[in-house]
Design a binder for this molecule. Structure first.
Ligand SMILES: Nc1ncnc2c1ncn2[C@@H]1O[C@H](COP(=O)(O)OP(=O)(O)OP(=O)(O)O)[C@@H](O)[C@H]1O
Length: 466
């Protein structure tokens, strides 16, 4: 029997030639090895100049001037570093300490275990019978973690690294890591978390007198920097299981707007279908406050739609984006539990009225300064039509792995949004997608206790409850 394979055969070797046998003398081999060894030593000396440079200088000083002089120079350098740290800690940390930590961790932690970690996590490529390990390009450290830049191998995608990131973290004896894309398509940055800045409660931030609607500070990111939300031209959906801290997101947002509420530039219309439990303490901050009675909530929402339509008619042909003024303020519609209005209501007529109004506000409100901020416990299909109308989405702790994708978009969990793994002991921690950044970012929102909420209402409230 003959096997006939329909295809082109790839020759094992393009040209079969028999090479003559060369006899290489031993002295030539020794010479080549010596040359290679010298070249490698020079490369290593140059690469690790920050170790070889000071070592050579110390040796020279000790040789030329003796050990006491070397001890004096070292003491002087330590004193200089200490005074720099005392006088200007920020620049010392940025330009002195963290670069040194980054170099040491690159050498001692990442370089040492690199090949074994890459192999164990399936990131090694095989080509022509040889194994190729991705190149480690650099390590930058800060107070909270290390940013490790890596060059991708042909055929790799940043998603491969995002999936492997949790296992890489454990390979380097850390708990968390995330992979981020960079401006260059051949690189990824692995963010290894050494100390979690989100472990402790984040205190409320100072209230700006006039809120910057494109940079409202609501929390802290896992690299220790501030998380700022862009409300201009957006609606915000906050999803999370019960006790995940949805209230803290709402209150952080209301606090960041409080200066505008007091000056009349911002009007908050609050809806608390759970009977006013969550939002009642802030009633003086709200221009409208509807709770409990679905019929009255439907009425207030219809009023918001009317305002939006009048404003849209006024702005048509004049401006493409509304600018808030005291006479024509920004309207922020806050809904504490969206599904209670759109899915769980038994009165079908009222539910349809509410659905229609919300749909109109969400689809037409952004440009005319009417923004919806809604919290949601269960991001299932009942609220699906509305979910897609929220450009900004925040996913707190969830009960099911697939819920992160439902809120933040397909593939969000694979890219690092492990909402189901957020511990119950970390309320207010969640994931957000930032403008222009592919991978979700972990943040913790500031927490206002009952006293903070009452103070906020007393200081910035306008007292117009329905
Ligand atoms: N950002 C935060 N930092 C620290 N603790 C928080 C934070 N947010 C909430 N908590 C704590 O978690 C508890 C539950 O928070 P919260 O009521 O905001 O959750 P929720 O998601 O709104 O719950 P529910 O769905 O039941 O309304 C709070 O009483 C508070 O003790």
């Amino acid at each position: 029997m003959i096997n006939v394979i329909p295809g082109e055969k790839i020759p094992t070797a393009p040209l079969n030639t028999r090479l003559p046998v060369w006899r290489i003398p031993g002295w030539l081999l020794a010479f080549v090895w010596l040359g290679r060894g010298t070249f490698r030593s020079v490369v290593l000396t140059a690469r690790y100049w920050w170790i070889t440079g000071p070592a050579a200088a110390s040796w020279w000083i000790a040789d030329q001037h003796g050990w006491p002089v070397l001890a004096g120079v070292v003491a002087g350098l330590v004193a200089g570093a200490l005074s720099w740290w005392r006088l200007h800690p920020a620049s010392w940390l940025r330009c002195g300490w963290y670069p040194l930590v980054g170099r040491c961790r690159r050498l001692w932690i990442y370089r040492r275990g690199w090949t074994s970690a890459m192999t164990a996590c399936g990131l090694v490529g095989v080509h022509g019978g040889e194994r190729w390990v991705p190149r480690l390009l650099g390590v930058r450290s800060n107070r909270w973690g290390d940013l490790v830049t890596v060059r991708l191998l042909p055929g790799q995608h940043p998603d491969d690294w995002a999936k492997a990131a949790p296992r890489l973290a454990y390979s380097f004896n850390l708990r968390e890591a995330r992979a981020h894309t960079t401006g260059r398509p051949d690189r990824v940055v692995l963010h290894f978390v050494r100390r979690d800045p989100l472990v402790g409660t984040v205190q409320p931030f100072p209230v700006p007198a006039s809120p910057d609607l494109s940079h409202l500070q609501l929390g802290v990111r896992e690299d220790g920097t501030a998380y700022r939300l862009r409300l201009t031209g957006s609606h915000v959906l906050i999803a999370g299981a019960t006790n995940s801290g949805k209230g803290s997101v709402l209150w952080s947002l209301l606090r960041s707007l409080a200066g505008g509420i007091a000056s009349g530039l911002v009007e908050v219309w609050a809806f608390d279908p759970k009977g006013g439990m969550e939002l009642a303490a802030g009633a003086p901050l709200f221009a409208r406050f509807a709770y409990d009675d679905p019929d009255s909530m439907a009425g207030v929402l219809e009023e918001a739609v009317k305002r939006m339509r009048l404003r849209a008619a006024r702005l048509r042909g004049v401006a493409r984006q509304h600018t808030p003024t005291v006479d024509d303020p920004l309207i922020v519609v806050v809904v504490d539990e969206l599904a209670a209005l759109t899915a769980y209501l038994t009165d079908r007529k009222v539910r349809d009225r509410i659905r229609e109004s919300l749909g109109l506000l969400l689809s037409q409100g952004r440009a005319v300064g009417v923004h919806v901020i809604a919290a949601l416990q269960d991001p299932r299909k009942d609220v699906l039509p509305f979910r897609d109308l929220f450009p900004t989405r925040i996913a707190l702790r969830m009960t099911e792995p697939e819920q992160a994708d439902m809120v933040l978009g397909d593939g969000a969990r694979d890219r690092g949004a492990m909402c189901d793994l957020i511990p119950e002991t970390s309320p207010g921690v969640g994931y957000v997608v930032l403008d222009g950044v592919r991978e979700p970012v972990r943040v913790r929102f500031s927490y206002l206790d009952d006293g903070d909420v009452s103070d906020l209402a007393a200081t910035y409230g306008r007292g117009a409850a329905l």
